[in-house]
Each structure stands twice: as C-alpha cells, then as structure tokens.
Design a protein around this ligand. Structure first.
Ligand code: SAM
Ligand code: DTB
Ligand code: SF4
Length: 351
C-alpha cells in the first residue's frame, strides 16, 4: 500500500535561484542581459521546463502545433560562404550540389496545394540568394506569394537580404512572414560566415518589420558555439521590439563537403534547453523545432514540445536534406493529444 503524503511546512522550499524564482513573471521583456539568459539556459532541467511550460500556457492556450512546409525554390550556387550550408557555391565542388534555376510558379503552386492537403498551414519558400534583385525572378516570387495566399495558407519566404522597398513589395503581395536567421551570436558569427556582417542581418530584419511583415528569425546550435553564444543569440532576438513572431531553432545538419561536416552532434537535451529558453525569453513566439529533428528520438521530440515548441517543419524534405516522415509527425501529434494549428481559429497569442 502506498503511504499517504504528509504535508510538513518545510516540504515546499523557497528556491533562492534567480533562474527559477520568477516562474510566475509573465511580462514580455526586451531588456534581457545575456548573463540572465545563460543562467536560464543552464538552470536545472526541471526548473527550466516548469518555467517554460508556465509561460507557454499563459500565452498559448490551444495545444496547437503549426505545420510549416518548406520548398527550395532556387537551389545552390549561393555566393555567401555560410559554413553550415550545402547551397554555398564556395563548397559546391566538395558537396557536388548543382545550381538550379528558380522554380516555375506552377510547380510551386502544385507543391503548396499538396502541403495544404497534407495539413500544413504555412508554406515557406527558400532561395539560395545573397540578396533579392529586382527583375523577372523577384516578380515570379511575388506571384508565388499571391498564389499561396489565395490558397488560404500563410506564406513565408527566405531570400537573403532585402531593401525596404523589396520588403514592401513582398508585404503588398500578401506575404505573412520573412525568415532571416541570425544563426548564432554576434561574437561567433565571423567563425561561420565572412561574406556578410551581423549588422546586415539586423538591417534586413528591420526592413521587413518596417514593411509590416512578421518576422521568423532564429538560429542553429551545434556549430561549435558556446552556451554564452547561444544565450547571446537569444538575447539579440529577445531584445528586438516586438519579438519575432516565429523563432526556428535548428540543430546543425552536418552535410558532407561543407566545412562543418565533421562537427560532433549535439546532445539532444541541448535542443530541449534552447527551445525552453527561447520560450521563456519570447513567450508569445511560435518556437519552431526545425532542422536536425530527424536525428531525435520520439521522446526527445516530446521533450521539445514540453519545453515550449509549438511548430515543426513538416514534409519529407527541408531545403536540400531530408526531414521526418509526415505520417509519423501526425501520429506523434495525435499520441500527445495535441492538435494541428488552424490559422483561421488562431490561438491566444494571435499568431
Ligand atoms: N539564403 C537565405 C539566407 O541565408 O537567409 C535563405 C536560405 S538559408 C538555407 C536559410 C537558413 O537555413 C539559414 O539561415 C540556416 O539557419 C538554415 N540552414 C542552412 N543549412 C543548414 C544546416 N546544414 N543545418 C541547419 N540549418 C541550416
Ligand atoms: C530555418 O530556420 N530552417 C529551415 C528554414 N528556416 C528555411 C532551413 C533548414 C535547412 C536545412 C538544410 C537543408 O535542407 O538544406
Ligand atoms: Fe546562401 Fe543562405 Fe546558404 Fe548562406 S545559408 S550559403 S546565404 S543559401
């Protein structure tokens, strides 16, 4: 027989730890210090998940997971030298990835309809461009955006750097969100990319925001960065006002031929910690469990949802690498008793 629990006055200890003491602080802040974020990132896993869950429940009351499908509309041959990326022209001899032309609008619409029929509510189109150039190709992308919106789906693009005017044209075409990741901390950035600056990234985010687009911005863990770098990246994101509406957290997919091909895989709990910390620092955001998920067990993914993830990339392919099977993702969502996000109904954070 089980003993009945007894309640002594010292059962509930007051924890005098800055990273867990204010689990009930639900305010949206833009004044985080990186030390504060790092202490949350490194706090006991139980405290971390408790705090992330508390905030998640305060801002998202519908247990929904958004399914975002990805399509590479312009693959390879990119002039940037991002060390993680299989699409950079700098390593194309080593990766063997061929440069392709921009996809036809009809083909994009075909894939978007397929993604919608499979349950996706957001369609994200990625181009291996350093920046957008005005002309026929950009006009085609604007047609793709109009087409996706006419299906009733959210449309997201990730096309590299944007001017204010280009951002406005995307907004006028009905684009929902612009994805532009900070990827890592300002301090670690030049270890990964030397063909552009951190400030270039921030400038594009500002241009997209000024045009009225929502922002999708996050980063990658597992590139050799420290916890301080991870905390700094989250600090920069969380001190944007307003916060990005979507925050994708990727684990490096080490692609053969890229400079980071031999990088050791992360411990999956590092992903859980990163997601929980993003949830705490940006409570209203849709935190997306992104690339690298294919290597995670069912239980790791469940921990990521407990830590505050409420979106995934959905469909058999990311941009150039493979993703989890769609039917397995749907089964996992059902087993957890979660539901697929329906943008018509929305959720309490209004995202
Ligand atoms: N060229 C545009 C840019 O860089 O913004 C858009 C496409 S780029 C492929 C989009 C994002 O994919 C990158 O910012 C990076 O975060 C992510 N990414 C690319 N390769 C990756 C990899 N091997 N593992 C994890 N994430 C990756
Ligand atoms: C994001 O943060 N991750 C996605 C999406 N935004 C564009 C891309 C992941 C790419 C993984 C490597 C590949 O498939 O090429
Ligand atoms: Fe080009 Fe984007 Fe890949 Fe960098 S991440 S090489 S900018 S496609």
């Amino acid at each position: 027989m089980l003993d009945k629990p007894t309640h002594h006055s010292d059962d509930a200890k007051i924890v005098d730890d800055p990273s867990s003491a204010d689990a009930t602080d639900h305010s949206i802040r833009h004044d985080w210090s990186s030390e504060e974020i790092q202490s949350i990132l490194e706090s006991p896993l139980t405290d971390l998940i408790y705090r992330a869950q508390t905030l998640h429940r305060a801002y998202h009351d519908d247990n929904s997971v958004q399914l975002a499908s990805l399509m590479s509309i312009k693959t390879g041959g990119c002039p940037e030298n991002c060390s993680y990326c299989p699409q950079s022209a700098h390593f194309s001899r080593e990766t063997g990835l061929k440069k392709e032309k921009l996809s036809e609008v009809d083909e994009v619409m075909r894939q978007a309809k397929q993604a919608k029929a499979a349950g996706a509510s957001r369609f994200c189109m990625g181009a291996a461009w350093r920046e957008v150039r005005d002309g026929q190709e950009f006009d085609d992308v604007l047609d793709m955006v109009r087409g996706i919106r006419s299906l009733g789906m959210e449309a997201c693009t990730t096309l590299g750097m944007l001017t204010r005017e280009q951002a406005q044209r995307l907004a006028d075409a009905g684009l929902t969100a612009y994805n532009h990741n900070l990827d890592t901390s300002p301090e670690f950035y030049s270890e990964i990319i030397t063909t552009r600056t951190y400030q270039d990234r921030l400038d594009t985010l500002a241009n997209a925001r000024e045009a009225g687009l929502t922002l999708c911005s996050g980063g990658i863990i597992g590139m050799g960065e420290s916890n301080t770098d991870r905390a700094r990246m989250l600090q920069v994101l969380a001190n944007l006002d307003p916060h990005p509406e979507s925050v994708p957290i990727n684990a490096l997919v080490p692609v053969k031929g890229t400079p980071l091909e031999n990088q050791a895989p992360i411990d999956p709990l590092e992903m859980v910690r990163m997601i929980a910390t993003a949830r705490i620092a940006m409570p209203k955001a849709r935190v997306r469990l992104s690339a690298g998920r294919r290597n995670f067990s069912r239980e790791t993914q469940i921990l990521c949802f407990l830590a505050g993830a409420n979106s995934i990339f959905y469909g058999d392919k990311l941009l150039t690498t493979s993703n989890n099977e769609a039917n397995e993702d749907l089964a996992l969502i059902e087993e957890m008793g979660l539901k697929v996000f329906d943008p018509v109904k929305g959720d309490s954070a209004g995202v």
